[in-house]
Write a protein that binds this ligand. Structure first.
Ligand code: FMN
Length: 361
């Protein structure tokens, strides 16, 4: 198969920040900590955003909140994401975080659909109070005093009857936001169903600042489809990368027109081990008060959320569920993982062209 004719993924400018490869890992609370993000960066991810951090918790100095902002060396460009609905509190969190010198931009969460968040007006709740959202953007932009750009991550609307992304993003642009991450699903569906790329395209055409599309990007080739269909300046991908950080490598290979490599069992094994080692390193930074189970067991618990996904391609994936106990030492967990890997992949991982890859229209 010859080289496909994909649209270019061109460098992107977020205020003064240049993003060479406009392909972002989406923030996913409980998954995209520094360990996973840094593995994605190592495999070709172009940018990332931290898990969401409560502005109030951060400002009053909650230990646990702070750890959501732990980073791994070399994670750039990286945004710190804050949520809340009090403009003054959001601005203070933005100011303090911008002074850490660790983050390339500050992202405002106006998309989290979890009832306990949105019902108090935070996250996706802000979609229903555009004026407040715009005030938050304005105050955050003022508070960071140009140290870093401020971006907004939001959705196309609250529900099918309230598709107000044009209004939301117009006001955010006016208030000084430097880019918009736009998820093509409404708040009430959370993460289910199709993502409305038509609306993403409309917003893209209406804005001067860059719009990065999100939602419904599954295979790497979908990133090209999204750019071709909507004209977005970049793409952000979430769930498709869980258990598959090689997703980013595959996209780079497609773009370069080189052979696409699916991960082989030895690579999967090595990445899982490295993931666990990085979780241990991150946990070791926390105080004993926060880690009732200790560094090793806590790191194993965090890794377990990823394991079923890492290992889903293996014939013996069931072995994992059977033997995965609540409290398991690292040595036990690693030997379970090796047992599953030894059963072999269901499909041949030998390098070759991706049969699912089709040229963009
Ligand atoms: C488990 C989970 C946690 C998430 N946590 C966050 C978050 O902390 N901040 C945020 O802006 N979006 C969060 N999201 C939304 C994702 O960033 C993304 O917008 C969504 O998953 C759609 O992209 P996808 O279809 O590529 O997964 C989360 C999504 C999932 C599935």
């Amino acid at each position: 198969m010859g080289r496909m004719n994909y649209p270019a993924l061109a460098p992107l400018q977020i205020g003064p920040l240049r993003v060479e490869w406009p392909v972002f890992l989406a923030p996913m609370a409980g998954y995209t900590d520094a360990a996973f993000r840094s593995l994605c960066f190592g495999l070709g991810c172009g940018g990332a955003v931290t898990e969401m951090v409560n502005a109030y918790g951060y400002v009053i100095g909650h230990d646990r909140t702070e750890h959501y902002l732990d980073t791994w060396e070399g994670e750039h460009p990286l945004g710190a994401q804050i949520y809340g609905s009090d403009p003054g509190m959001m601005a203070e969190a933005a100011r303090q975080i911008s002074m850490l010198g660790q983050f390339d931009f500050i992202d405002i969460n106006a998309g989290c659909p979890m009832p306990k968040i949105r019902n108090r007006g935070d996250g996706a709740g802000l979609i229903r109070t555009p004026e407040k959202l715009h005030e938050i953007v304005r105050q955050c932009v003022a508070a960071v005093e140009g140290r870093v750009p401020v971006t907004l991550k939001t959705r196309v609307g609250w529900d099918a009857d309230t598709l107000n992304a044009l209004e939301l993003t117009a006001g955010a642009e006016e208030a000084g936001a430097a880019a918009i991450f736009l998820h093509g699903r409404v708040a009430v569906v959370k993460h289910a169903g199709p993502s409305d790329w038509g609306l993403i395209g409309e917003v893209k055409r209406a804005r001067r600042i860059p719009v990065i599309g999100n939602g419904g990007v599954k295979r790497p080739v979908d990133a090209f489809h999204m750019v071709a269909e909507t004209g977005v300046d970049g793409v952000m991908v979430g769930r498709a990368t869980l258990g598959n950080p090689w997703w980013f490598r595959e996209l780079r290979e497609l773009a370069a027109g080189t052979t696409v490599h699916k991960p082989r069992p030895d690579e999967i094994r090595a990445v899982i081990r490295e993931h666990l080692a990085r979780e241990e390193n991150l946990m070791a930074r926390r105080g004993p008060k926060e880690l009732k189970l200790g560094v090793e067991l806590t790191a194993c618990l965090v890794l377990r959320a990823h394991l079923v996904r890492y290992l889903r391609g293996f014939r013996g994936i069931r072995l994992l569920a059977v033997h995965l106990e609540e409290r398991q030492t690292k040595a036990e967990l690693l030997s379970r993982i090796d047992e599953v890997i030894a059963t072999g992949l269901k499909t041949d991982p030998l390098p070759g062209p991706d049969p699912a890859a089709t040229p963009a229209e």
